[in-house]
Design a protein around this ligand. Structure first.
Ligand code: FA5
Length: 338
C-alpha cells in the first residue's frame, strides 16, 4: 500500500504542475483529494489494515502525501493567479508615454501661402479665379496684348521659346513659356462676356539671371475688370482695398505713371510700408482699346482695368526676407523659420 500512496502522490503532483489555468487546477484538486480520488480511496481503505503499527505508518504516510499535495496546490494556485493578473494587466495596458520629441510638422511654401492668401483676399472683394496655360502662343502672350512683331516692348520680356511651328491665330510665330499672366486677360475675354471680375495667379518664365529680386521662374497674379463705366478711380480704389486686406492697415498704396503697351494710361503700383519706405509691386492701367478688341469686347461699350504683380516679391516682403533666392534654396534652417 505504501507504493500505492507514493504512486498516487506522484500522479497528483504531476496533475497539479500541468494545470494551465485555475479552472483546470480546481478540477484536478477535486479529483485527487475527493473521496473518490486515489488518495481518498486509500484513506478510506486504511481502516481495513489490521496491524496497528502498520496502520499508523500508512496513516502518517498518507497525511504527509496529502500535505505535500495541498502545498503544491497552493503554490501552483498562487502562481496561476499572478500569471493571470499579469496577462490581464498587459492586455489592458494603456501607453501613456509621450514621444521624446513630437515629429515636426511641415508647412506650405511661402509662395503658395501668399498665392492662397491673395486668392482669398480677391475672392473677398468679389473676384473669381481664372487660369491659363504656362506654354502659350506668341499671339496671346504678345500680339493680342498690343505688342505686334517687332514691338520694342517685347525686348523687356526675355522670352524662352519652345517651338516655332504652332500657329493658333494669324500672325502666330510660335510657342513660348509665358512671360507674364497677362495672356489670361485675352483668354478670359474670349471665353466669357462682360462684366468680368477675375484674378489669375500663375507661374511665369523669363530668361532673367537670378539675383536678390529676380528669378527665371516666378509667380504673378493678374487682375482684370471689364464693365460699363470703369475708370482709373476704380483701379486705385481696388488696389488700396487690396493693400489693406493683404498687408494690414499700416500699409498704403500709390500709382506712378508708367508704360505698358496693353494699358493706357499705365501705372506702376507701389506700397508704402509702416517704416515709410516704398516698394514696387507691379504694373496696372486701363485696358487698351486694342486689347479689348482682341478679346472680342467693344471698347465703345465697355471699359476696364488690369493689374499684374509678382507674388514672390510679395511673399519676400511680407516675411521680411532680404533675398528672393532664399525661398527656393530648400535650406531647412531657412524654411523652419516660418
Ligand atoms: C508685367 O509683367 C505686366 N504684365 C504687368 C501688368 C499687368 C501691367 C496688367 C499692366 C496691366 P512687369 O514685367 O513689370 O509687368 O512684371 C510685374 C511684376 O512681376 C514686377 O513688378 C515684379 O514684382 C515681378 N517680377 C518681374 N520679373 C521678376 C523676376 N525675374 N523675378 C521675380 N519677380 C519678378
Amino acid at each position: 500500500m505504501i507504493d500505492d500512496i507514493t504512486q498516487a502522490t506522484e500522479e497528483a503532483l504531476k496533475a497539479i504542475q500541468t494545470a494551465s489555468d485555475l479552472a483546470e487546477l480546481d478540477r484536478a484538486a477535486a479529483e485527487m483529494l475527493g473521496k473518490r480520488g486515489a488518495l481518498g480511496v486509500l484513506k478510506s481503505s486504511l481502516s481495513k489494515v489490521a496491524d496497528i503499527d502498520e496502520r499508523k505508518n500508512l496513516g502518517r504516510a498518507l497525511n504527509d502525501a496529502m500535505s505535500a499535495v495541498n502545498e503544491a496546490l497552493a503554490t501552483h494556485r498562487a502562481n496561476l493567479v499572478t500569471e493571470e493578473r499579469l496577462r490581464r494587466v498587459e492586455a489592458e495596458r494603456l501607453d501613456l508615454t509621450e514621444f521624446p520629441s513630437a515629429p515636426s510638422r511641415g508647412h506650405l511654401h511661402l509662395v503658395t501661402q501668399a498665392w492662397q492668401h491673395l486668392e482669398d483676399v480677391f475672392v473677398g472683394l468679389g473676384f473669381t479665379v481664372a487660369e491659363g496655360p504656362e506654354v502659350e502662343t506668341d499671339w496671346y502672350n504678345f500680339e493680342a496684348l498690343n505688342m505686334g512683331e517687332g514691338h520694342p516692348a517685347r525686348g523687356e520680356f526675355d522670352t524662352l521659346f519652345v517651338g516655332h511651328d504652332a500657329a493658333e491665330k494669324p500672325g502666330d510665330s510660335g510657342l513660348l513659356l509665358r512671360t507674364h499672366t497677362s495672356p489670361v486677360q485675352i483668354r478670359t475675354m474670349l471665353e466669357s462676356e462682360p462684366p468680368i471680375y477675375i484674378v489669375a495667379p500663375g507661374r511665369v518664365f523669363r530668361r532673367d539671371t537670378p539675383d536678390a529680386t529676380h528669378m527665371p521662374v516666378f509667380h504673378q497674379i493678374e487682375g482684370l475688370v471689364v464693365d460699363r463705366g470703369i475708370t482709373m478711380a476704380h483701379l486705385a480704389g481696388t488696389i488700396e482695398a487690396f493693400t489693406h486686406a493683404f498687408f494690414g492697415p499700416g500699409f498704403t498704396s500709390r500709382l506712378r505713371p508708367s508704360y505698358f503697351p496693353f494699358t493706357e494710361p499705365s501705372a506702376e503700383f507701389d506700397i508704402r510700408r509702416p517704416d515709410g519706405s516704398w516698394l514696387e509691386l507691379g504694373g496696372c492701367g486701363m485696358v487698351h482699346p486694342e486689347v479689348l478688341r482682341a478679346g472680342g469686347v467693344d471698347p465703345e461699350e465697355w471699359s476696364g482695368f488690369a493689374f499684374g504683380f509678382g507674388i514672390d516679391r510679395m511673399a519676400v516682403m511680407r516675411h521680411s526676407v532680404s533675398d528672393i533666392r532664399d525661398m527656393y534654396s530648400n535650406d531647412i534652417r531657412f524654411i523652419e523659420q516660418f
